[in-house]
Design a protein around this ligand. Structure first.
Ligand code: CDP
Length: 211
């Protein structure tokens, strides 16, 4: 069975996850959030107080991992883990590790027809031959406001100005890095997610008509 792959890329807090969940539910596609895997690795390093400036230490620890959980958890969404995920994501061996997890995920779900995968490099590097590529665009103030609300709603203490700084800093790191920087993938459709979700899904529904 030929699998259908939809990729969603975009900057921090641009709503990739919400859009991916919408597609996953409506078309019964399996959703994979690649950012969650970077966050999982960051959490392991953080919990074990591994010096993340030391590339060899990160490498040694990652090589020892037998199994990594794909489960979401509130602990993964803190500001500290967001920053750390972005910091370790610059290394090619970290990226290769996460990419292999994504390939395994798709190949092990033999009976699944379609996958929707979100991240920073999914359409540009990981699944270059995807059937449909989306790139989500939202201005940074709106992204920070939405992320702030999300954190407050989940009971986390947070300050809007700090979130805005975090979003801008991560954008800079993700766009400027040498390995798999955040770009608009070749052939991607740009989705404007500045307005209401209804406005966003109207754009998605049109593009998904053939699936
Ligand atoms: O949810 P949000 O957009 O804030 O972040 P995320 O998708 O969970 O990703 C967390 C961090 O992981 C990002 O800031 C990136 O540095 C990194 N990441 C990446 O480099 N490549 C991906 N495909 C996904 C995430």
């Amino acid at each position: 069975m030929k699998k259908i792959i939809i990729t969603i890329d975009g900057p921090a807090a641009s709503g990739k996850e919400k859009i991916a969940k919408y597609i996953s539910k409506k078309w019964k596609f399996k959703h994979l959030d690649s950012g969650l895997l970077y966050r999982r690795l960051a959490l392991i390093l953080h919990n074990e107080k591994i010096e993340t400036k030391d590339i060899n230490e990160i490498k040694k620890r990652i090589e020892k991992i037998n199994n990594i959980s794909f489960r979401r958890s509130k602990k993964l969404r803190t500001q500290e883990i967001s920053q750390l995920a972005s910091k370790i994501a610059i290394h090619q061996f970290v990226r290769q590790y996460v990419n292999d997890l994504q390939y395994d995920f798709v190949s092990k779900h033999k009976k699944i027809r379609g996958f929707v995968i979100d991240g920073r490099d999914i359409g540009s590097v990981v699944f270059k031959k995807a059937n449909l590529k989306l790139y989500i665009e939202v201005n940074s103030e709106i992204r920070a406001k939405r992320r702030y609300k999300q954190l407050i709603d989940s009971g986390e203490k947070s300050i809007y100005r700090k979130i805005l700084m975090d979003v801008k800093l991560r954008d800079k790191k993700d766009k400027m890095r040498e390995n798999s920087p955040l770009i608009i993938p070749n052939g991607a459709h740009i989705i404007n997610n500045n307005k209401s979700f209804k406005h966003t899904i109207n754009q998605i529904n049109k593009l998904m008509e053939n699936f």
